[in-house]
Design a protein around this ligand. Structure first.
Ligand code: UT7
Length: 319
């Protein structure tokens, strides 16, 4: 037994930061960002907190699932940094939605949603839960250096959530970690409003983009290939691929190593940039709410991020 997905939700901040506005903050251009990454705009928390996003996305996922907060047996929040060091973000969600179940966070950076699905699957396998909320959120723009054009243009804020019930729809999952302190590091730092301040001295995200790029293409193509093989299906059988939305060139490079038609890849990077742990579940929620998913569809998901972590899985949609 693993689980089936009963409902999904998402929440993004209202402020849209376009590439043109980004070019007023750092020395960049819409053309550079679009052609090097596929990003046109991203959402940035200006008045919203991480708790606002996680609470709203969780409520929408519960509503979509037809599940009440009291029915939840577990809440897992995937985030690299909750609003507080403690309590965990999942505890704040529990409080805000009126649930009473245990709650804890998982930190696997951008891979956190898929890691959390696998953690949830373990609880279902032990038959200790019937309903689980997995909510994935990061306020990355609060951790970036707004004077570093090589990183600040890439990220956005957001949250995605899924409510899981008993079922057998997680067909395969593989998690990987390559401990690394050079390629992508997000230090501890202040976590206060305003969300971005030019000239602030706080510790910020540091990344060797080229190293992460190389890791990402291999992690995504090999991870998807293995997850699909382990699920006992063919690549051609996959109806939707939901890749982590970090760079359209990474998605394209991984796609060229696989045999899944391009129109099956879900991409919303142009509107949100890289929202870290939220990236995969936001895309899942968008295709769910657009009515694109049919029961029996096979969805392959793949993500990578700081750690370095990576994760891929295959799910059957059976809502
Ligand atoms: O969730 C995981 C998070 N991280 C990632 O997925 C990142 C993976 N890496 C990438 O997506 C790409 O490596 C980047 C988008 C970060 C960079 O693209 P690139 O094609 O690898 O560019 P580059 O770092 O090789 O830089 C090329 C040039 C440099 O100028 P010179 O040295 O050639 O004169 C940079 O200074 O582009 C310059 N550059 C920019 N120019 C305008 C770097 N950032 C910018 C910018 N605007 N925002």
């Amino acid at each position: 037994m693993s689980f089936r997905i009963l409902g999904t939700g998402k929440s993004v901040p209202s402020y849209v930061l376009t590439n043109d506005e980004m070019a007023t903050i750092v020395d960049t251009s819409d053309e550079w960002i679009r052609t090097r990454t596929g990003i046109r705009e991203r959402r940035v928390c200006t008045t919203e907190s991480l708790s606002d996003l996680t609470t709203e996305a969780s409520k929408l996922a519960l509503e979509d699932a037809g599940v009440s907060p009291e029915e939840l047996d577990l809440i897992i929040c995937a985030t690299f940094r909750g609003e507080y060091c403690s309590p965990a973000q999942s505890c704040i969600v529990q409080r805000n939605i009126g649930a009473t179940c245990p709650a804890f966070d998982v930190n696997a950076a951008c891979s956190g949603f898929i890691y959390s699905l696998d953690v949830a699957a373990g609880f279902f396998a032990r038959k200790t839960v019937k309903k689980v909320l997995v909510v994935a959120a990061d306020n990355v723009t609060n951790s970036v250096d707004w004077e570093d054009r090589s990183t600040c243009v890439l990220f956005g804020d957001g949250c995605g959530a899924a409510v899981l019930g008993e079922g057998d729809d997680l067909l395969s999952v593989n998690l990987k970690t390559k401990g690394d302190l050079d390629s992508l590091v997000i230090p501890h730092g202040e976590n206060t409003f305003p969300k971005y301040e030019l000239g602030s001295q706080r510790p910020t995200l540091r990344m060797n983009g080229r190293e992460v790029y190389k890791f990402a293409v291999g992690a995504m193509s090999e991870g998807l290939e293995k997850a699909i093989r382990d699920a006992g299906v063919e690549q051609e059988d996959i109806n939707f691929v939901i890749p982590h939305q970090a760079n359209i060139r990474i998605i394209d490079a991984a796609r060229h190593k696989l045999h899944i038609p391009e129109d099956r890849y879900v991409c919303n990077i142009d509107r949100y940039g890289n929202t870290s742990a939220a990236s995969v579940p936001i895309a899942l929620d968008e295709i769910n709410r657009a009515g694109k998913l049919k029961n029996g569809d096979l969805i392959a998901m793949s993500a990578f991020g700081a750690g370095l972590t990576s994760a891929s899985c295959v799910l059957r949609w059976n809502k």
